[in-house]
Design a protein around this ligand. Sequence first.
Ligand code: CA
Length: 367
Amino acid sequence: MRSLLARLSLCALFPLLIACQPVETSTGNSSNTAEPAKPIVLKLAHGWPKGFPVFGESVEDYAALVEELSGGRILLKVDSTNKHKSAFGIFDFVKSGQYDIGQTASYYYGGKDPDALFFSSMPLGMTTQEQYAWFYHGGGLDLANQVYAKHNIEVELGGNTGMQMGGWFRKEIKSVDDLKGLRMRIPGFAGKVVAGVGVVPTNIPAGELFQALERGTLDALEWVGPALDLRMGFHKVAPYYYVGWHEPGTELMYFFNKDSMAKLPEWAVSILKNAARLTAYRMTTHTFAENSENWSTIAEQFPNVQVKEFPSEVMQALRESNQALLQAESERSEFAKSVLDSRAAYLKKARAWTRIGTQAYLETVAE
Ligand code: CA
C-alpha cells in the first residue's frame, strides 16, 4: 500500500517520466489485476464544422497533444457542429456536463452572462500581444475564471486570430450616413458599437455568410482576416476590404466542466490545462502564417480588392459609440466595472511600450 501511494505521488509530480497507473473515471475501478488499465476518455465539443481551417484544426491539434503528453492515458473524443448541431451551444454543453471540455469564443455568450463579452477582444482595445500579457500577467485570466466559476466552468486561453480586418463591404463607406441601415454581420461588443451609429448588426453561422453577402441579404460582414476570409470567397462579391478596429486580437477559449476536472488526478488536469496553453501558442502562430500567406494570394490574384480605412468622421463616431457603451457597462455592475477598469489600465501601460517598441520600429524601418 505504501509503495502504491509513493508511486501515485510520483505520478503526480512526474507524469511524463514514469509509467503511471491510468485512471478509470466512470467506475473508479483500480483493481490489481494484470489487465491493462483503460485510458481516461473525455468528451470535447467545439463550435466549428468538422475540419474547419485553423480553429477546428487547432482542436484536433489539442487532442493529439493531450494524447501524446499523457502517453495515451488521456483520449479526447472531439465533436464538431456536424455532430452536435449547435455552433453557439458550447457554453451550455460544458456547464451541464454533457461535454467535459469545449472550445469556442467567450463573446458568443453575452446572452448567457453579459460579462462573457469582455474576454475575447474589445473594440479599439488591446492587440494580441498586449491582451496575452493582460490575461497571463495582468489578472485577465483570473477575472475570466471568476465569471465562468458561476457556471461550473474553468477556462484556459485557446489561441488568437491576431488583428482582424474591419470587414468586406459591397459599397465604399465615405461617411457616417453610409452606415445608416447597413445590414452587417458583426458579433459581440462590436455589434453593439456599430448599432450605435446606425448599422443593423446580425450574427449568422459561418456556412451562411457568403450566400447572404452575394444575394444582398447582407451589405457587409466581418469574419476574421485573410487567414480565414480568402477561402470563404467574400472578395468575389464585396471588393472593399476595411482595416480593423473592432477585434484587434480575438482569443478563443477552452472550457472545462469543474465536476469533470474534480474527478481527475492532478497530473491529468495539468496536462489538459498546459496542453491548452501550448495549443493557444500554436494556433496564434498558425493564424499569423495563414494571414500572411493568404494576404499575399489576395494581393497577387485579386487586384479588384481595395483595402480601405474608414474616414476619420466614421472612426470618431465609432469611438463615441464605444465610449458610451463602456460607460453603460461600468454602471451595470461593480464586477463589469472592475474588468473594464483592469483592461483600460493595462491597455494604457502596454500601449506605451508598444508605441516606443513595435510601432517606433515599424516607422523607423519604413521605406
Ligand atoms: Ca470577427
